[in-house]
Each structure stands twice: as structure tokens, then as C-alpha cells.
Design a protein around this ligand. Structure first.
Ligand code: GDP
Length: 360
């Protein structure tokens, strides 16, 4: 499964947030065969459509899609030079599919700030700088090698050009995710060069409780990281929420003026950042959301359930969630001509409710 690596300076609330992420033991119960690693937090992607499907089909249970987060400890100033847990940090981040930086915005004199003051902008830059330096090191080794290979006609010149264009941006202090595409860098080639800053970024601002409803502040912080996504939450509150029953949790949320836990937002935006989407299946046993990449075809989507479904794919019987709900039942949707038969070239849409036909 795709994972999002959580990074951040010391004392910004990473462990506190991660605790909240891993307290979701609902998942361990629903996915008994999943191995849950100690440094991996699996968060359900809230999806109210599943409850509706469960009512229509009389499903015994609902299974949401999930998003996995990996705790990547060890970034400090100098990590790219091997400071702290530098090398381990870089190896871990290489394996993540996206990078989520936790940024301290909360004020608390009892919690030491490693850089001496609360400054989201500086903290973001510190982390960016370490990742940029790591990429520049990678390129310093790669460029002379690529030059030789291009001369020997072993490598396409486009790869070298990408390396040089990336190097230029990085030297200007830009991450490739934020600035690469706009500057004409071939991002696929840049990814193949193993450059860390090509990974999608998102930012969690760990704010004071009274900042949870401070729209002006949130606008300012969002602008700082745009076009990447920003999430605002209070890590301490999230870890408290994770331990409460639903009713109590709702009361606590209301008392601070927000409508849903920050973790829900984190799951949604994380999912989006990874370029993922879901499709739905429903029946008496379960209503379930399945994770696919945007742009996947019906047979690829079928393969997520079982490789046999992909191999023996014949067609997919599909109704959009909204049409199904409007009709009230599968039979009514069929009678209304809302159920389509799609073939192997069909590109899945969000909200497709699917039944696959396949040969075994
Ligand atoms: P990490 O080093 O980034 O993993 O940070 P921790 O999660 O260990 O948090 C460092 C300290 O900040 C701990 O004492 C936490 O209780 C405290 N802390 C974490 N989140 C918040 C928050 O939202 N508000 C306040 N006031 N303190 C927090």
C-alpha cells in the first residue's frame, strides 16, 4: 500500500499526532490479516456513502478505504549531512510515497522549540533545505555519470537535461514538487533519478485550540505552502479524541467549534495527495470502498479485489452512487436503465458502485 511519511522538527507534536493515528484499533479488528507495524498508523477514510449502501443492501458491515502513515523520525538541521539519525531518515523517506510535514504553530512556553521561536515559515524552510541538500548530493554524483553515459549513447539526453534543470531549481532553494512542473522539469524522469523533493508534500499545522477556528491565520499558513494541501489540527486534542466514545468525542469537538476530527481531514487530503480514489462494492456481507489510482481502468480496479478478477475480466456492471440512491435499490436502478455494462477500456469514476463479471 502507498504510505505517507510523517516528518517534522523535534517537539512539534509528531509523536502526539502519531499516537492519535495508531489508536484507531477499529482497523485492526476489521482487517485481521493486515500486519500493523509499530511505526505505521492506518487511518480509515471517512465515507458516509458506505453507510447508505449498507442500508440499501442490508450489509453486515462497512469497510472504508484506508490511508497509511509512517513515522519518520530523525530530521534535524544537518540531517542531509548525516546529523542525528540523518542516514536512516533519508532511507525511510525514500520509501514513502508522499511527505507530510508537521509544523508547530502552537504556543507553549513549557515546550522547548529547537530553533528558539515558533515560526512555521522557518521550520518549513529548515526541512525543505535538508531535503533539497539531499537531492543536490544525489545530483552531484549523478550528473558526471549521466554525462559519460550520454556521450556513450547509453542514456537518453533528456535524463541529463532533467538532472541539470532540477539542479538549477534546487540550488535556488525550490522543491521539485512545488516548482518542477511549472519550470518544465520532466517530473517522471526526475522521480526516476530518485530525487526526494519530487514526492508530493502536505502540511499539518499543529495549532492552538483557539486557532482551530482562526480563518485569517489558516489562510495565511495555507498560502505559505500552496499549491500543497494544508491541514489544521491540535495534536493533543486529536490524541484525546482518539480515546473517547463517539458521543463524547462529538461533544469535545463542538466545545472547540469544529465539526470533525483533524484526522478525517488528514485522511482525505492524504488520499488526494497520493493521487488515489475509491470505487464501491456492496452486498449483504459488506459494503466496501476499494483504493485505486486515478485513471485506472475497470480490469485494473478489479485486480485490487483479486488478481483473478483482473485476469479473467469480462465486464463490469456499474451504477453511480447517486443514481443508485435515487432509485432506492439495485433492481429499481436496473429498471430505470441506470446500470451500465462497461468493458475493459472503461476508466473508473469516483462513486462507481461495481460488480465485476469474470471467468475463472
Ligand atoms: P515530537 O518531538 O515532534 O514527536 O513532539 P511530541 O509529540 O513529543 O510533543 C512535544 C511536546 O509538545 C510534548 O510535551 C507534547 O505534549 C507537546 N504538544 C504536542 N502537541 C501539542 C499541542 O497541540 N499543544 C500544546 N500546547 N502542546 C503540544
Amino acid at each position: 500500500a502507498l504510505t505517507i511519511g510523517i516528518v517534522g522538527l523535534p517537539n512539534v507534536g509528531k509523536s502526539t499526532l502519531f499516537n492519535a493515528l495508531t489508536k484507531n484499533n477499529v482497523l485492526a479488528a476489521n482487517y485481521p490479516f493486515a500486519t500493523i507495524e509499530p511505526n505505521v498508523g492506518v487511518v480509515p477514510l471517512p465515507d458516509s456513502r458506505l453507510q447508505t449502501l449498507a442500508e440499501i443492501f442490508g450489509s453486515e458491515r462497512v469497510l472504508p478505504a484506508t490511508v497509511s502513515f509512517v513515522d519518520i523520525a530523525g530530521i534535524v538541521r544537518g540531517a542531509s549531512e548525516g546529523e542525528g539519525l540523518g542516514n536512516k531518515f533519508l532511507a525511510n523517506i525514500r520509501e514513502a510515497d508522499a511527505i507530510c510535514q508537521v509544523v508547530r504553530a502552537f504556543h507553549d512556553d513549557d515546550v522547548h522549540h529547537v530553533e528558539g521561536k515558533v515560526s512555521p515559515k522557518d521550520d518549513i524552510e529548515t526541512i525543505h533545505t535538508e531535503l533539497i541538500l539531499a537531492d543536490l548530493q544525489t545530483l552531484e554524483k549523478a550528473v558526471p555519470r549521466l554525462e559519460k553515459e550520454v556521450k556513450g549513447k547509453k542514456t537518453d539526453k533528456a535524463v541529463l537535461d532533467t538532472a541539470l534543470a532540477a539542479q538549477k531549481l534546487l540550488e535556488e532553494g525550490e522543491t521539485l514538487y512545488a516548482a518542477g512542473a511549472a519550470a518544465g522539469v520532466d517530473m517522471d524522469l526526475a522521480k526516476e533519478l530518485g530525487l526526494l523533493t519530487t514526492k508530493p508534500f502536505l502540511y499539518v499545522f499543529n495549532v492552538d485550540e483557539d486557532q482551530l477556528t482562526d480563518e485569517a491565520l489558516q489562510k495565511e499558513l495555507s498560502a505559505m505552502v500552496a499549491p500543497a494541501d494544508a491541514i489544521f489540527l491540535n495534536a493533543k486534542l486529536e490524541s484525546e479524541l482518539a480515546e473517547l466514545e463517539e458521543d463524547e468525542a462529538r461533544e469535545l469537538l463542538e466545545s472547540v467549534g469544529v465539526s470533525e476530527p483533524g484526522l478525517n481531514q488528514l485522511a482525505h487530503k492524504g488520499f488526494h495527495t497520493l493521487g488515489l480514489q475509491t470505487y464501491l462494492t456492496a452486498g449483504p456481507k459488506e459494503s466496501r470502498a476499494w483504493t485505486i489510482r486515478k485513471g485506472w481502468t475497470a480490469p485494473q480496479a478489479a485486480g485490487v479485489i483479486h488478481t483473478d478478477f483482473q485476469r479473467g475480466f469480462i465486464k463490469a456492471e456499474i451504477v453511480s452512487f447517486d443514481d443508485l440512491v435515487e432509485a432506492g435499490s439495485m433492481n429499481a436502478a436496473k429498471a430505470a436503465g441506470k446500470v451500465r455494462m462497461e468493458g475493459k477500456d472503461y476508466v473508473m469514476a469516483d462513486g462507481d458502485v461495481v460488480e465485476f463479471r469474470f471467468n475463472v
